[in-house]
Design a protein around this ligand. Structure first.
Ligand code: ATP
Ligand code: MG
Ligand code: MG
Ligand code: MG
Length: 436
């Protein structure tokens, strides 16, 4: 993409409305603009980040055997009456009336709809286990939308729903999502700690929240310092029920809990290794058995012909919140420092002298070569001073910068800068595409 033809209205000043660094940087880097309280337009750079986060989430869901669908955002109140949540949910639910006076709502989560769709399609025990998911916008009329996309009213969520015949199977489905979440967050450069959590309006008796430690987080969390080291999940086979359960039990042996689930005895056992801090909830997994299937009358025919009520779990990831959470974890004084997997482009190609024919020709050629090699490049071909180009490249945080100026070019050299470390090296121009 040539910056001269892109839509990236970066801001020089930090907008006064933004209190936390990720919100400030998302506005300054032209990723988002607020259109109403807690509702955001995603500009091109932000849209690319969101798509990359989705890509990682989708890859790990698919790898865990979950099946993607897409449900409507607007749902009927009747469906929510069947579970009893229409009245219970309270003012966070945005309620809508259509022209025929039918009560509708904008989905804040989707247990009821997934349960109904599953009931419609699954007839026998052979149709289980299944895990079905979507990546879809949700709306919650939060009392205090704030911190940009970290607490929006409209936000993008991955929500998955598992259906099993028995408790052991349901726990395995839960564990599969647990490990998929660890892999998802690690792939985005985050150390998200799974913590014992309260189940809130979703209900149920087994739950973990995945928390990214950050001073700007809204959750108070308590954990053993072992959690500060990222865990290696590469050797884990999620199809091995016993091995997976043993691995997760091993993880849970290190204490980690949100403030609603504190265990003072476990904390005392941690001794000096107990840590307390703030964190951002980027995902949550729940097991809640027949909380929805029983009141909604869902059964399948069991192997012996008798009806069985499926046991469910649900599993959420805050896809749009992650864009903010990653920035909270990955930034410096100059701007964002994107982990490779979610960066909007892999590199910035910076022409220091757009008015110099040789520089422009060399950059045009590099741009074509990078593109041919399948590398996403943002090419700063604007007629601007070098300093302004550097500042923009640092602000938007692409992992690499390739800097082309007349002096180096005369010697056949360009500069390669790694955004994360600031380290710059000189590379022969013909070797630079191969270096990335
Ligand atoms: P919170 O405690 O932050 O209000 P929640 O526990 O109400 O979140 P869940 O029902 O567990 O949220 O939804 C799954 C995921 O959706 C959360 O883990 C979070 O990442 C994301 N999420 C929830 N509410 C918001 C919001 N208002 N803005 C952005 N993301 C959100
Ligand atoms: Mg909430
Ligand atoms: Mg929560
Ligand atoms: Mg939650």
């Amino acid at each position: 993409m040539r910056l001269s033809r892109y839509f990236m209205p970066v801001l020089k000043e930090t907008p006064g409305e933004a209190q936390v660094i990720s919100h400030q940087l998302m506005l300054r880097a032209a990723m988002i603009r607020q259109t109403s309280a807690g509702i955001y337009a995603w500009l091109p750079l932000g849209k690319r980040v969101l798509a990359n986060i989705e890509k990682v989430v989708r890859r790990e869901q698919d790898r865990a055997g979950a099946i993607e669908v897409l449900m409507p955002t607007i749902q009927s109140a009747d469906l929510w009456r069947q579970s009893g949540r229409y009245d219970a949910y309270g003012p966070e639910m945005l309620r809508i009336t259509d022209r025929h006076d039918r009560e509708m709502l904008f989905s804040p989560t989707a247990e009821e709809l997934f349960t109904a769709i599953f009931q419609n399609g699954a007839k026998s025990y052979r149709d289980l286990p299944r895990n079905i998911y979507q990546i879809q916008w949700k709306f919650r009329d939060e009392v205090r939308p704030r911190f940009g996309v970290l607490r929006g009213r409209e936000f993008l969520m991955k929500d998955a729903y598992s259906f099993d015949l028995d408790y052991d199977g349901a726990v395995h489905s839960y564990n599969r999502m647990f490990i998929a979440y660890m892999r998802t967050f690690a792939a985005m450069g985050l150390n998200a700690i799974p913590m014992q959590a309260d189940t809130g309006p979703i209900g149920g008796d087994l739950s973990h929240e995945f928390i990214v430690l950050a001073p700007t987080g809204e959750s108070d969390v308590f954990y053993h310092e072992n959690w500060l080291k990222p865990r290696d999940t590469s050797g884990i086979n999620a199809d091995d029920r016993v091995g997976l359960a043993a691995f997760i039990n091993g993880l849970n042996a290190d204490y980690a809990a949100t403030d609603e689930k504190r265990d003072l005895a476990a904390e005392a056992a941690c001794g000096a290794a107990l840590k307390q801090s703030k964190g951002i909830e980027v995902g949550q997994v729940f097991y809640f058995g027949d909380k929805y299937t029983a009141p909604m009358g869902v059964t399948v025919q069991g192997p012996d012909g008798a009806p069985v009520t499926p046991l469910m779990g649900s599993y959420g990831i805050g896809v749009s919140r992650l864009a903010g959470a990653i920035i909270e974890a990955c930034h410096d004084d100059a701007g964002i420092v994107w982990p490779e997997a979610v960066a909007p482009f892999k590199l910035a190609l910076i022409n220091l002298r757009a008015d110099d024919g040789a520089c422009a020709a060399a950059c045009d050629k590099l741009y074509a070569d990078f593109t041919a090699a399948g590398i996403d490049v943002l090419y700063d071909d604007r007629d601007e001073r070098g300093g302004a180009k550097f500042a923009t490249a640092d602000l938007i945080g692409l992992p690499w910068q390739v800097i082309v100026g007349p002096k180096g070019l005369a010697a056949g050299i360009v500069e390669l800068k790694r955004r994360a470390t600031g380290e710059r090296i000189e590379v022969p121009i013909e070797a630079v595409v191969g270096r990335i």
